[in-house]
Design a protein around this ligand. Structure first.
Ligand code: SF4
Length: 353
């Protein structure tokens, strides 16, 4: 993406077409997207409805902050997304995550062949243990967080929570890097969003904002469903006197209410080099609730179908490189259309000179 860009005096990328022509191009692009992106946006159906989402994961939100068009392609062509996941650094990153989880919790259990209720119940059972460990001052890893933000139910898993020597509750998220350097702002944008949303969810959980109905309704789970035999044995092993998902939810909410856990005081990102496993650096993330919630509303406007999806700004040199790493680059309608418009504008300009 170099032909329409050069660097300004301040060293920042600068578009040769000028601001007015830029605004006009963006307006035209918006209109052409509305008319032509049949597969990217569907009239009368929000992305939540179209992709059958009753709730969102925090990871989905972070993917969205990278490129909304890529999120849509991920739903439309999931096999390509799966292949990318397999081939990408995520695999290595997952191994490092798992090793850390087992280090903190060597008795971590994995049960297979569970019903949906049982899977969610296993998560809640583990969570009751993690809440108590955190309360006892232990470092905990893979801590599930969930709740309603701006009217949408979110789920996520926090990498690490611990109390600092000064008594602050610290949330740390582990990120793996191919390069032995800290990420650029455009790369860390999603990481900042992720830890901020985790804090919103964790704080609302420990401040008892969650209700039984909320949980059951958003996850669409049957409260009277009895646990499978394996899970019953596991519940007994943990000393939990519950037999159905509804009973477990009640118990979990009671534990949460009486544990008096504090809200998170500090947000940290720890970057690890994939090749060597050594620490690249740690970044402290500032938390601004009002700003984060405004950002969140902007992202949710896409899921609610209140605005068009936004792809990468391919005229911006700080953003355009994202497409070169994208498995949908060759077939991406957004990118093709924008590049065509840029070429068309360039031709018009040259014709006029
Ligand atoms: Fe987004 Fe670029 Fe991929 Fe298209 S090619 S989906 S604009 S990252």
């Amino acid at each position: 993406p170099t032909n329409s860009l050069n660097a300004g005096d301040d060293g920042q990328p600068k578009c040769m077409m000028g601001e007015m022509s830029n605004a006009l191009t963006k307006k035209r692009r918006h209109l052409s997207l509305s008319q032509n992106t049949a597969s990217l946006s569907v009239p009368d159906q929000t992305p939540m409805e179209r992709f059958n989402k009753s709730h969102l994961s925090v990871t989905q939100l972070c993917d969205q902050s990278w490129c909304e068009i890529k999120v849509i392609y991920g739903f439309l062509q999931p096999h390509i997304k799966r292949r990318e996941m397999r081939q990408s650094a995520v695999v290595t990153g997952s191994t490092i995550h798992l090793a850390r989880e087992l280090e903190a919790n060597p008795d971590a259990v994995t049960l297979v062949g569970l019903s949906r209720e049982d899977r969610e119940a296993l998560k809640l059972m583990k969570l009751t243990q993690l809440v108590q460990a955190l309360k006892a001052g232990q470092l905990v890893r893979e801590f599930p967080v969930f709740g309603v933000l701006e009217g949408v139910f979110f789920q996520g898993v926090v990498d690490e929570l611990y109390q600092s020597e000064s008594g602050e509750l610290v949330l740390k998220e582990l990120k793996t890097r191919c390069q032995n350097s800290l990420p650029r702002p455009v790369q860390s944008k999603g990481h900042f969003l992720q830890v901020g949303v985790y804090k919103l969810l964790f704080d609302s959980m420990v401040q008892s904002s969650m209700t039984r109905d909320n949980l059951l309704h958003h996850l669409k789970l049957r409260p009277h469903q009895a646990f499978g035999s394996e899970l019953q044995i596991y519940a007994q092993k943990l000393g939990l006197m519950v037999a159905t998902f509804g009973e477990l939810v009640d118990l979990f909410l009671t534990i949460l209410t009486f544990c008096n856990l504090q809200a998170i005081n500090k947000l940290q990102l720890e970057y690890i080099h994939q090749g060597s496993g050594s620490l690249v650096g740690t970044t402290e993330v500032e938390f601004n609730e009002a700003q984060l919630k405004a950002e969140l509303r902007g992202y949710l406007a896409f899921w609610r179908g209140e605005r068009e999806p936004q792809g990468v700004d391919v005229e911006n040199i700080e953003e355009a490189w994202k497409c070169s790493m994208c498995p949908y680059e060759e077939s991406c309608d957004w990118r093709a259309r924008v590049l065509k418009e840029i070429d068309g504008n360039k031709k018009t300009r040259l014709d006029g000179e």
